[in-house]
Design a protein around this ligand. Sequence first.
Ligand code: RP5
Length: 174
Amino acid sequence: MSEPSVPRVGIVMGSQSDWPKIRAVAEALAEFGVGYEARVMSAHRSPGVVQQYAATAAQRGLKVIIAAAGGAAHLAGTLAAHTVLPVIGIPVASELLGGLDSLLSTVQMPGDVPVAAVGVGPGGARNAGLLAVQILALSDPELSAKLVTFKRQLEAQVVARDAALQASLQQGTP
Ligand code: RP5
């Protein structure tokens, strides 16, 4: 497996204001020891920077790009237009329309330019990180083994919670 200090995933956000809402991406990547870089750039406010970033991402060693934006969220699609790397889009909840605008802007890409969109909210951000780990794991057996362990732990947690619920129900305390 690569050094965690070597970025394999690029996290890109449309504004610094997105960072608190998508921090779970970085946390998921760190959990699996995957190196990442995080940048602020905007499809509308700094389009030249976005184009340059996407066009050079693969040659710099990135394997996956995760893009988060809200409102008229064109960042993931614009990045996808300029790279052959897989792009995962995170629709960030907007104040005015609650994220439906972001979701539709991210997910409704034209044919030939895919963006893998995750859900709005903290679960979506975490899933973006985990999906990136799964993509990397296709060519990284150590990462793949970590994912298997992760899935087993998830199941064990739910089984334990179910057992606790059954025990409390049997004692007559719903
Ligand atoms: C989008 O506009 C950003 O991704 C952010 O979600 C939203 C608001 O940006 P700021 O006005 O807070 O910079 O481009």
